[in-house]
Design a protein around this ligand. Structure first.
Ligand SMILES: [Zn+2]
Length: 199
């Protein structure tokens, strides 16, 4: 038996499904929403639905976008010969925030993890190979997380791409091993890109 009325218990349960939100935070947010005006709750619900309906994946880089190709892929001022490979759209944002990387991205939407049943087929690798066909890309910077899964993914991709004669580099682990790139600050991220090494 829940301590809360059914609709409130349901709201707390849904909030708890969000990353970084535990039982206490979920309760705090739910109580806050109930105290606030109905308009606040309606605006939040509408924003979630609107984003979910309008944001899709760029067909080239798999990043979140409202238009396809995305703003970065269709920017002719960017260096289309360098592609930075990341696990998540959030990781692409971390690199973008350095304001130093002027190339393009490729979002894998995951990392290899045999234990969780994530193999190469589950990653967005197919359209990466498509992108490399025309020979425009000269360097791939692999910026997967410095975790066991991220390293395994980096090695897999470098083996896959080496025969194509493209320079493959791996960002330096200025980021502590085992940590996630989304928590790296801009300076750490910039150093990691500058200190990249050949794979
Ligand atoms: Zn794109």
């Amino acid at each position: 038996m829940s301590d809360f009325a059914e609709p409130l218990a349901r709201l707390i349960d849904e909030l708890k499904r969000l990353p970084g939100i535990g039982q206490k935070s979920a309760q705090r947010i739910a109580f806050h929403l109930l105290r606030d005006s109905p308009e606040v709750a309606k605006r939040l619900a509408a924003a979630i639905i609107d984003a979910k309906e309008k944001i899709r994946l760029c067909s080239l880089c798999n990043n979140f976008t409202e238009r396809d190709p995305c703003r970065i892929c269709s920017d002719s001022a960017r260096d289309h010969s360098v592609v930075c490979i990341v696990e998540t759209p959030y990781n692409a944002l971390s690199v973008e925030r350095t304001h130093e990387f002027r190339g393009l991205y490729h979002v894998l939407h995951g990392a290899l993890s045999p234990l969780q049943g994530i193999g190469p087929e589950q990653l967005k690798l197919k359209n990466l190979m498509e992108r490399l066909k025309n020979g425009d890309v000269k360097e791939l910077i692999i910026a997967t997380n410095p975790t066991v899964e991220g390293e395994a993914t980096a090695i897999y991709i470098s083996k896959l791409l080496k025969p194509l004669g493209i320079r493959v580099t791996r960002i330096a682990t200025g980021v502590p091993v085992g940590s996630e790139l989304e928590f790296a600050d801009e300076v750490t991220m910039l150093k990691a890109i500058e200190g990249r090494r050949e794979l």
